[in-house]
Design a protein around this ligand. Sequence first.
Ligand code: PLP
Length: 387
Amino acid sequence: MNTKELDARYVAGTYKRFPVEIVSGKGSVVLDETGKEYIDMGSGIGVTAFGIADPEWQKAVTEQIGRVQHMSNLYYTEPCARLAELLCKRTGMAKVFFSNSGAEANECAVKVARKYAAEKKGPDCFTIATLKNSFHGRTLTTLAATGQEHYHELFQPLTPGFVHVEAENMEELEEASKKAPLAAILIECIQGEGGVIPLSKEYVQAVADFAKKNDILLMVDEVQTGNGRTGALYAWQNYGIVPDLFSTAKGLGGGLPLGATVLSEKVQDVLGFGDHGSTFGGNPVSCAAALSVLSRIDDELLSEVREKGRYLFETFEGAPGVEAVSGMGLMFGIKTGKPVSEVVNECIEKGVLCLSAKDKVRLLPALNIPMETLQKAAGIILSACVE
Ligand code: PLP
């Protein structure tokens, strides 16, 4: 059997795959099993921050594999400690808990919020408010946090203790906090899976003020928006707020599994010995990979991300077949006149891999995609929007 047949026969059918097998790549170009080239405008859903087979990332990973590929968290390993230091120094945060995915990074955030609130405000204060149309992961707790009913239906009962409020509506948040005392508010600054929808600065700042005034933890989910994606290292830095903690994953490891829950001084010691753990959390190879990624997301790269983002806005806004555009930096949504699946399929035929999110084409290219490659992909996507 070939790969597609084997996959259909043996891999659990949870993914609707496109009929393309990727066998290799370099930077922002990948090749399928027939040798056809595609420009990769999805980067594994915002994961391969420096593209496929990035030499510096490879070097960091292979060097670490040559030293030690895994140690339990019973012992110290340098990449884990150095990465935690770098994350804290770049964000003003105090400590980091490492896990393996975005959902787990959010699970840790939920545990921090529950313990903090129980200790400070008593056992009745455990509810976490999240936004309608949000996405926070696929575990039962992060599904409960996810404000989209259709993900919940088949998996009841979910973890209790979540309320979902309308974005941009402070009244709904205040009402929710009167019905059940809130331990925390969890937001994505730009809803990714929800359709590339940025929250307004006014709303995010009002949420932050409300949280601070009421000693409710403000938690930002940076799983998709983080690690340079929006033109800031973390999206909350675009909003003039500082959360009590934030979660991140995806691009952090540049292609190896790594989640991080990054804690401010206020909550740095909420979780103590034995309160949380993960066999692979802080794995030295994943952390060495992340050090190579994070140390290269400097001001120069972030300014290039913003410039490429401006290019996408200028190219697509008002173009034929394009109804609206949204996003920030290299997290970009295109509402097309044609059904989004038709546009994505036509792009595949023409050699561009795009993502979708709700009714939008979603672009999350590698942060270092060359301008000419981005321009070439944009031209092909534009043609797919009209033909
Ligand atoms: N949070 C957000 C905002 C996400 O976009 C995702 C995944 O798309 C997750 C959490 C879950 O991350 P993971 O799939 O790594 O568990």
